[in-house]
Design a protein around this ligand. Structure first.
Ligand SMILES: *Cc1c(COP(=O)(O)O)cnc(C)c1O
Length: 371
């Protein structure tokens, strides 16, 4: 079976994690944590890095920084992971959705203006599958209306927008270092910001809002979202390889696109002229009414599975989630591009260990399966 995505580690990862165990610095203090936070913030061009236990935690911390009041709204794409919308609801806000661009699969910035109200506090763009969202128009709207830009860069380590790194474009940005991301700490995440007060809040919130001067006295409630020094050690070793991993992903994506170019039934990923995508996951979308091809991604997933190729379907829209509908959110809302992508989209094996020969095998299996 060709796996959909799995990380690769070298001697350096083993060496640094071993050093944590040998030295006894295994919990949430230690030099690798400091180094990982400092170097990742620097890589993205932000002042502060606050490491946390997951990308989901990073989003929760980021939204908690802006202290939403009941009824405050945050605009985000319907096509994303549940972590984005639940970071808003858990912090007492209302998620407000926009559909996505049919080619980049990132939020459609032209729909954002119409969703801004007197209650809007923030916009949360998500860089989808390694392709940056169109940030300049969002920055302009945010500045004009006094909104915060919360960037979800969990799929975009090393991606660039107009020559600037993703994760350095928002007022607060969030990363995940889950095992399938461009670089990994096993589980983990980080919040980046230039704002001193938000950084201090994030540090406090991830550590149960303990206070240094009076430890078990709480003015506020936080969470235990701490990252361990062992995870950070893995991250420091991975950080040295981020550009190499991105280069590998880009080479594999170009190879897929070349081999699948003749296939009329499939829409392939794009790269806008202002973007440098990492092609974190190589996604394809089955075009509707395309002759003999399977009508839905689920069927193609099964056909490929039978040929030893592991794939994953795309996200299901936030407006189609029973958990949110039960809360009275998104009632009778429709986002046609999101709905199409959720049914027609899947991603192909994209791991860092993927070889060019495996790209050939997967491409041949795809071409056969849609013929
Ligand atoms: C993976 C991911 C997250 C969540 O990260 P976890 O570390 O799995 O909690 C958030 N947003 C996006 C866009 C992601 O792809």
């Amino acid at each position: 079976m060709i796996p959909v995505n799995e990380p690769t580690f070298g001697e350096r990862e083993l060496e640094l994690v071993t050093d944590c165990v040998r030295s006894g610095w295994v919990s949430s203090a230690g030099r690798y944590l400091d180094e990982f936070e400092r170097r990742w913030a620097e890589y993205c061009g932000m002042k502060h890095g606050v490491a946390v236990s997951s990308g989901t935690a990073a989003l929760d911390v980021a939204v908690s920084c802006i202290r939403l009041q009941p009824g405050d709204e945050v605009i985000l794409p319907s096509f994303t992971i549940v972590s984005c919308a639940q970071a808003i609801t858990r912090n007492g806000g209302l998620p407000v959705l926009v559909d996505c661009d049919p080619e980049t699969w990132c939020l459609d910035v032209d729909q954002v203006a119409a969703r801004i109200t007197a209650r809007t506090r923030a916009i949360m763009p998500v860089h989808m599958y390694g392709h940056p969202a169109d940030m300049d128009p969002l920055r302009e709207m945010a500045d004009r209306h006094g909104l915060v830009l919360i960037e979800d860069a969990a799929e975009a380590h090393g991606a660039e927008y107009k020559g600037r790194r993703c994760g350095g474009l928002g007022d607060i940005s969030c990363f995940s270092f889950y095992a399938n991301k461009i670089i990994t700490t096993g589980e983990g995440g980080m919040v980046l910001t230039d704002d001193d007060d938000w950084a201090a809040h994030a540090r406090s919130y991830r550590n149960l809002c303990f206070r240094s001067e009076r430890r078990f006295y709480h003015e506020e409630l936080g969470e235990n979202y701490r990252m361990t020094n062992m995870q950070a050690a893995l991250g420091v070793a991975q950080l040295d390889r981020v550009d190499e991993i991105v280069a590998h992903k880009r080479t594999m994506a170009a190879a897929y696109s070349e081999r699948l170019a003749s296939c009329e039934a499939l829409q392939r990923p794009v790269e806008r002229e202002w973007a440098r995508s990492t092609f974190w996951m190589y996604g394809v979308v089955l075009k509707a009414d395309c002759g003999t091809a399977p009508a839905q991604a689920a069927e193609l997933v099964q056909r490929l599975q039978a040929r030893g190729v592991q794939t994953r379907p795309f996200f299901l829209g936030m407006h189609e989630q029973p958990a949110f509908l039960r809360m009275g959110l998104f009632e009778a809302e429709h986002y046609p591009i999101t709905e199409m992508l959720a049914r027609q989209g899947l991603y192909l094996p994209s791991g860092t260990a993927l070889t060019e020969q495996q790209v050939d095998e997967v491409s041949a299996a795809v071409l056969d399966s849609v013929a």
